[in-house]
Design a protein around this ligand. Structure first.
Ligand code: GLN
Length: 449
């Protein structure tokens, strides 16, 4: 724990941590020492973790990287962090992220962007660690933490894992409890681990998963022994290559990465089959209707009364207090999502946008079902590029396009993982994505191994 606490302090210029909690990590290390002498070690005894600031942590400030939660100290612990601490893990601190997990570069944080520990060749320009779990990705990549929690609504575990050269898995929707995780888009939000390799992800996911009566969408299923079940042997498995992911203007190095991945799968004994997911091109517009719609509903609770910030101008009435609080507390991207969300849910446009998007979502899920009749898992690039520079993508649409490969699995609720798969010509990490059948985290982990 002490080595990591030192690394956290040295790594402060990366701006990955919003709160440091060294005492928590040390207490877990001391408990681990006692457990060792008593022969009572737990699965994660003494492991010091970084916790994305979307997870409520009892007695420790939680802001979702938004000014509107300024001063909020949860009186309760999220189910996921409670499970991790119950398995012996400690907390090094709370990790920076895109505000309310809305973003792909960590630049929407109210506390400034996280800087990736990676550089493009000899160029000193600061790069994004990806987002929204950018603090988690940077902390693990810079060896400030052995692992971290992330959340993924449309790619926020997988894309930062790819950009930072680490592994991360989003399990099947419902595996990890959302209780105590600040809500973005509830039908999409899933937590998962981000770590150096597949094995660590398997061990952490085991500790994080499981039924929780406090989350109505939690799956009441036993948690498989994923770590024990790991096998890199893919003989008899069919890996599908969705031809519709060959998007226009795909950089040659992403195509080369994909070919390399196909080679890895063949070498492990898998049979490669081409499959089709014909509604892929509608996934991004569908996601950017459904996610903001749910966000606009979830974020209505930040009214200046119940949580965090309250801006009460002299003589203001209740409505004016709401308006002032939200104007001051929400960042620009959050406001944009709320406006898109309330627009697509408004009486005049509900059918044209929201209902239509729900129908397309069902078609996208059916595409996957049909593809999984022909293969056991899908292999794709995680993102259409390596990490880009901070400030490089100022157009929101250009930013949204970065999620093209990750949102389809989110819309379908499928387990999906990003694994490091080499470096590009400028020395930046690239990631490959494995998408699995519902509940087949084992198949995903094995293909990734
Ligand atoms: N980049 C996507 C968005 O901005 C996904 C975010 C996420 O998965 N939390 O919505």
């Amino acid at each position: 724990a002490e080595a990591f606490i030192g690394a956290v302090a040295r790594g402060r210029p990366l701006n990955a941590w919003l709160v440091e909690t060294p005492d928590h990590a040390i207490a877990a290390a001391e408990a681990a020492d006692r457990a060792r002498t008593e022969g009572a070690l737990l699965p994660l005894s003494g492991v010091p973790l970084g916790i994305k600031d979307l997870f409520c942590t009892a007695g420790v400030a939680t802001t979702a990287a938004s000014a509107i939660l300024d001063g909020f100290v949860p009186p309760y612990e999220s189910t996921i962090t409670a499970k991790l601490f119950g398995a012996g893990a400690g907390m090094l601190g709370k990790l920076n992220m895109d505000q309310f997990a809305m973003g792909s570069s960590n630049e929407t944080s109210a506390f400034g962007p996280v800087v990736s520990p990676w550089r493009r060749g000899n160029d000193e320009a600061a790069l994004t660690p990806g987002g929204s779990s950018g603090g988690s990705a940077a902390a693990v990549a810079a060896r400030m933490a052995p692992a971290a929690t992330g959340t993924d609504t449309g790619g926020s575990i997988r894309q930062p894992a790819a950009f930072a050269g680490i592994a991360g898995i989003k399990p099947t929707y419902g595996r990890c409890s959302r209780w105590g995780v600040v809500a973005f888009a509830s039908s999409l939000d899933q937590a998962g681990p981000m770590a150096r390799d597949v094995r660590d992800c398997a061990a952490l996911l085991e500790a994080m998963s499981g039924f929780d009566p406090r989350d109505a969408t939690s799956l009441d299923l036993p948690v498989p022994a994923w770590e024990q079940g790991l096998s890199a042997d893919l003989r008899g498995k069919r890996i599908g290559i969705p031809k519709d992911y060959r998007v226009e203007n795909m950089p040659a190095e992403i195509d080369a990465l994909w070919q390399r991945g196909i080679g890895f799968a063949r070498d492990a004994g898998a049979e490669i089959v081409e499959v089709s997911l014909p509604h892929t091109r509608y996934a991004l517009p569908t996601y950017y209707i459904i996610a903001p719609a749910e966000a606009s509903s979830n974020l209505a609770r930040y009214d200046g009364v119940r949580y965090g910030l309250r801006d009460l101008p002299d003589g203001a009435n209740l409505q004016e207090m709401y308006a002032a609080t939200r104007a001051a507390g929400f960042g620009a991207e959050v406001k944009r999502r709320i406006m898109i969300g309330t627009y697509v849910l408004s009486a005049g446009f509900y059918d044209a946008y929201y209902t239509k998007a729900q129908k397309v979502r069902a078609l996208i899920a059916r595409d996957f079902e049909q593809a999984f009749a022909q293969c056991d898992a899908l292999l794709t690039p995680t993102a259409p590029s390596a990490a880009f520079g901070l400030g490089e993508k100022s157009d929101p649409i250009a930013m949204y396009l970065n999620d093209v490969f990750t949102v389809p699995a989110s819309l379908a609720g499928l387990p999906a993982m990003s694994v490091p798969a080499g470096l590009d010509a400028q020395g930046l990490p690239l990631g490959l994505q494995i998408i699995g059948r519902p509940l087949d985290e084992q198949g995903v982990l094995n293909a990734a191994l």
